[in-house]
Design a binder for this molecule. Structure first.
Ligand code: SAH
Ligand code: SF4
Ligand code: F3S
Length: 502
């Protein structure tokens, strides 16, 4: 009896795909006072260091910022060296098989460390924690781990650690669905100049290949007031740039029952806060409205950078993927954006090759589309079957070698146009937010244009955190080189001289 009760409790706290797939009509509640640190763990991190490794997308990066802040609220101190840590958290991604492999590879290394340091605490978080098969594997083969929590209950981390302290056993606490928006969470941001701002959680699109609707739950938009006040706060703290985050930001607000407030309204209100730069990712082509394009054009501080994932150039494959648009309607939207925003805008995309049943003819259509769109850059992937998704059950008769060849051919075209787009910028003066010392040369700084081009600039460190005019001197496929525009420098000197005189 006790055995069955225990099993029931464990099953309740384990992820379950049938539950994760459900989309209830229940109203989404905004909970503001859920984050608490029990007394028993408030000093848990005293004299202890934590290490957090993040895989996956920007949403996960931001989740790691929240996890870090929660740990620091319990007095843990951050370390970048996992061998030196007392607590390790892997914030995982489940989007493709190789993300899985990286996590399990890292766990292998950590296991050795744990053998040498039995007091080391090791936890798994993020999208892999939401996968039934992963959690089963952890329970069966990774009993030495300390805790597993998911994407819906990050704010419960202090309580999970408290439970683990009591039992000293692997604590699995993963919720399959969550209908709420949790406000009032702390965040320890990695950058002092650029900030991620969640505008929505989850995804209801259920593209047939994708695991995200299962790992992140149903679409829940944050209240505009909460988003705007977060942006205003960031601006006051000196942040120059915000990126509005969601799996499908153009569907923002569609889940509101009490108001008609959409992505275009939010973009406009965020732009009006006057923060220097506003970005947003990711845009699903299905919900991209003309009004949105007009708002992007109207406000100078909304960046002229659109990530518009196409996934395939074949309407047949797009239908099998459940993407809800055809090649033709995508191209129509693409051209509209290009026409309205002009040549100064940059557009990037995501493409999957080797989707089940993709023929040579389908693939040729993807190549043709890439030729036609001349993207500024693209993330390209080989299809990876994800357990529990409809596409994983589709017959896949394309060989691995063939898929690799297709990826190679596609990348050649993508790279060619990325270089061409960059070449056109040589000689131009572009505004760059300089963020840090360049990885390629310690005498250079690196930053991004509003069109998301990486620029390495020979400049003094005093320019870090500033948006400066940079003259582009050289173009590579994935980055640009530049120097601070002399005219801009002279103008600044002149202004200082003028102020000094009057
Ligand atoms: N919400 C975004 C995509 C998020 S996932 C959108 O709809 O555009 C980021 C990218 O990973 C996707 O655009 C897709 O190209 C890729 N991807 C997702 N699932 C995949 C899978 N099973 N195999 C290979 N690539 C995948
Ligand atoms: Fe995945 Fe599609 Fe949702 Fe993007 S829109 S997260 S690809 S299901
Ligand atoms: Fe990966 Fe989850 Fe993001 S699957 S891409 S970390 S939403």
């Amino acid at each position: 009896m006790l055995y069955y009760f225990k099993k029931w409790v464990i099953d309740m706290l384990k992820p379950n795909y049938i539950e994760a797939k459900k989309r209830t009509k229940e109203d989404i509640k905004v909970l503001r006072n859920e984050y608490k640190i029990p007394d028993e763990v408030k000093n848990l991190g005293e004299n202890k260091k934590y290490f957090i490794k993040t895989y996956g997308c920007q949403m996960n990066e931001h989740d790691s910022e929240v996890i870090s802040a929660i740990l620091e609220d319990m007095k843990f101190i951050k370390t970048d060296d996992y061998e030196n840590a007392d607590l390790i958290i892997l914030n995982t991604c489940a989007i493709r098989e190789n993300a899985h492999n990286k996590t399990f590879g890292m766990l292998g290394r950590i296991k050795h460390l744990k053998q040498a340091k039995p007091n080391l605490m090791v936890g798994l978080a993020g999208c892999m924690s939401q996968e039934e098969s992963v959690v089963d594997e952890i329970i069966n083969k990774y009993k030495w781990m300390d805790f597993v929590f998911g994407t819906h209950n990050i704010y419960k981390l202090p309580e999970i650690l408290k439970e683990h302290m009591k039992t000293e056993k692997l604590e699995v606490n993963v919720w399959s669905n969550e209908g709420n928006v949790i406000e009032g969470l702390p965040s320890k941001r990695d950058s002092k100049y650029k900030a991620w701002v969640n505008i929505m959680y989850g995804c209801d699109k259920f593209c047939t290949y994708c695991i995200v609707p299962y790992t992140r739950g149903k679409q829940r938009s944050r209240m505009p007031e909460d988003i705007i006040s977060e942006v205003k706060n960031l601006k006051e703290q000196g942040y120059m740039e915000v990126t509005l985050l969601g799996q499908n930001v153009n569907a923002y607000g569609k889940d509101f029952k009490d108001r008609n407030y959409k992505m275009e309204n939010l973009l406009e209100d965020v732009a009006k806060t006057g923060i220097n730069r506003v970005r947003f990712v990711t845009s699903h082509p299905w919900d991209f409205t003309d009004n949105m394009i007009d708002i992007i054009k109207k406000y100078d501080n909304i960046c002229n950078y659109i990530h518009l994932p196409v996934q395939s150039g074949s309407s047949r494959i797009l239908k099998l993927m459940g993407r809800r648009y055809t090649k033709e309607s995508y191209l129509e939207l693409y051209k509209k954006i290009r026409e309205k925003l002009g040549d100064n805008a940059s557009i990037t995309t995501d493409i999957i090759v080797g989707f089940p049943g993709e023929t040579n003819k389908d693939f040729e259509e993807t190549l043709k589309l890439a030729e036609e769109c001349k993207y500024d850059s693209a993330f390209t992937f080989i299809y990876s079957p994800r357990e529990g998704t409809p596409a994983a059950k589709m017959e896949d008769n394309v060989s691995k070698e063939e898929k690799e060849q297709r990826l190679y051919k596609l990348n050649e075209i993508i790279n060619k146009y990325a270089k061409e787009a960059n070449d056109k910028l040589v000689g131009k003066v572009m505004k760059v937010l300089l963020e840090n010392v360049s990885e390629k040369d310690e005498n250079m700084l690196a930053g991004y244009t509003d069109t998301m081009k990486l620029v390495n600039v020979k400049a003094d460190k005093k320019y870090i955190g500033k948006i400066v005019n940079v003259k582009i001197t050289d173009a590579k496929t994935w980055s640009l080189d530049g120097k601070i525009d002399e005219w801009y420098r002279r103008k600044n000197r002149w202004i200082i001289w003028w102020f000094w005189r009057v």
